[in-house]
Design a protein around this ligand. Sequence first.
Ligand code: PEP
Ligand code: MN
Length: 338
Amino acid sequence: MVVVMKQGFSQAQMDEVKRAMEAGGVRVMVSRGAHTTILGAEGDTGGLDQEQLGQLPGVERVMRVSEPYKKANRKFHPDDSVIHLGGGVQVGGRKLAVIAGPCSVESREQIIGVAGAVQTAGAAALRGGAYKPRTSPYAFQGKGEEGIRLLREARQATGLPIVTELMSSDQLPLFEEGVDVIQIGARNMQNFDLLKKVGRTRKPILLKRGLSATIEEWLMSAEYVMSEGNPNVILCERGIRTFETYTRNTLDLSAVLAVKQLSHLPVVVDPSHACGRAWMVEGMAVAAVAAGADGLLIEVHNDPPNALCDGQQSLTPEQFAALMDKVRAVAHCVGREV
Ligand code: PEP
Ligand code: MN
């Protein structure tokens, strides 16, 4: 249940509403937006009297929230959330954030070279996998701790915040200390134990949509992180599995619009893993920006044919620079800056 306060309400009126809600057995989350202030009830709302709350001075209206996600719900937090990655970079709001880099960190020369190239082209953050979720146990599994060290060197060289995937809570201390954004991959979107653990940190979490997850399941995973106290969640649409096999996945751009209506969390789009084909990435990136995405995640490799992972969907630095030119033009049309 949420209580919407009237314009010009007093602090005493809000305190009174809060007390009445707490007396009904719930915790109260206050969201002060630019235009509205909202008191959201967390927990079992069975003890709340909707009509009585509606009659308290200063109350505009009281609404039941039927969705199972609360903290991620726009009804609880009407304004868009803006997540700070460090280094002055943010996701959400007017600026479009482009996160780019190789699927996997392979060597010092590779990651520092790609970091410099994507920065020059206008990327706001560097991605690179150190712990890789591969379908085959015989495929390259990532460089692990050494990969994190190399990412940190790339950050030092460029100033770009670094985004990398966490697969196991064993690595959480290393990530908490060393990386700027923790990515939870599609395959771990419903690893509830991992979600709770990253929820106990304050790191920004890039939460990819599960391979076959509904929008509600995805938002419930965000709720897991937020319910533990970490509000810094960025959603990432990366394609879902459908009957179509021409593309690696099917990019669900309608999810961007749905999520932005249902939730206040920013959403970025990853056309690389969605399409699985490099030649499609630019077109879908531009479409994602037109659809209202808050950012993009793009795989870029110095030598795609010889990449250790996902070369077929990786752009060269030159192709990425061309993509950025198009993205800037479309971003301008929809009132965003890059
Ligand atoms: C990745 O970003 O490298 C990755 C493995 O993505 P996903 O979890 O979306 O498959
Ligand atoms: Mn990849």
